[in-house]
Design a protein around this ligand. Structure first.
Ligand code: AP5
Ligand code: MG
Length: 217
């Protein structure tokens, strides 16, 4: 299955991507994670991406599209994938459709995680991520047993640079302006399915898997 997860910052894309990709047995491809890994390694891509990420702005389309095209060309993505955080602009969506059409294929479904703004602000302000395995936690909604230490791998937890109040506000503005139009874009293709992304994480995963079933998932 070729699937895209869309939703505002903090909607739970990364959290659900892990479970849904495992269920579908497809690789999870998160552009935010790839950029953050490059920032950590100090690659030229990371140096460029960081300038935008710390300000809550989008990395330019050309850079992002080339990066995703390279990733989708890897062997594990031939039969399916789950994209988290891409596409995020209309030019990115058009480029992805073209890339897949050139390969003789297409997206199957776009899953929208629907959450209101107050809830995403609560989620982002308390988010912690593991440096070791990348697992996403929350100080209040999904806390670890020992503060600052990952229950899964024992790694150190950190708070993302872009989870500060003023950067969160900018990311929400950018989402409304640049990414929300994709809901219509995919809606007119008849490939959009939205689910209520509030409540326990496990319940949302069940809703997601149910919603994907009628698209072959
Ligand atoms: P990216 O990493 O994609 O950030 P984002 O879209 O802002 O989304 P987040 O990762 O913040 O939220 P999420 O939906 O994954 O939520 P999560 O599961 O973590 O992008 C970062 C930056 O990279 C961008 O700003 C941009 O600069 C650049 N970039 C990336 N892609 C790009 C692109 N295509 N084009 C250009 N630039 C790009 O959950 C959030 C919190 O909520 C966690 O703490 C979690 O534990 C908690 N939580 C999850 N589910 C629940 C629940 N059901 N109940 C309570 N808490 C929950
Ligand atoms: Mg994420």
């Amino acid at each position: 299955m070729r699937l895209v997860l869309v939703g505002p910052p903090g909607a739970g894309k990364g959290t659900q991507a892990e479970f849904v990709a495992a269920h579908l047995a497809v690789p999870k491809i998160s552009t935010g994670d790839i950029f953050r890994a490059n920032v950590t390694l100090g690659t030229p891509l990371g140096v460029e991406a960081k300038r935008y990420m710390v300000a809550g702005l989008l990395v330019p389309d050309e850079v992002t599209i080339n990066m995703v095209a390279e990733r989708l060309a890897e062997n594990d993505a031939t039969d399916g994938f789950l994209l988290d955080g891409f596409p995020r602009t209309t030019p990115q969506a058009v480029a992805l459709d073209k890339l897949l059409a050139d390969l003789g294929t297409a997206l199957d479904v776009i899953l929208e995680l629907v959450v209101d703004e107050d809830e995403v602000i609560r989620r982002l302000s308390g988010r912690r991520t593991c440096r070791g395995c990348g697992k996403i936690w929350h100080v209040e909604f999904d806390p670890t047993t020992r503060e600052g230490v990952c229950d899964r791998c024992g790694g150190e937890l950190f708070q993302r640079d872009d989870d500060k109040a003023e950067t969160i506000a900018e990311r929400m503005r950018v989402y409304a302006r640049d990414t929300a139009p994709l809901i219509d874009y995919y809606g007119t293709q008849g490939k959009l399915v939205g689910i209520d992304a509030t409540g326990p994480v496990e319940d949302i995963t069940v809703r997601a898997i149910d919603a994907l079933r009628s698209y072959g998932g």
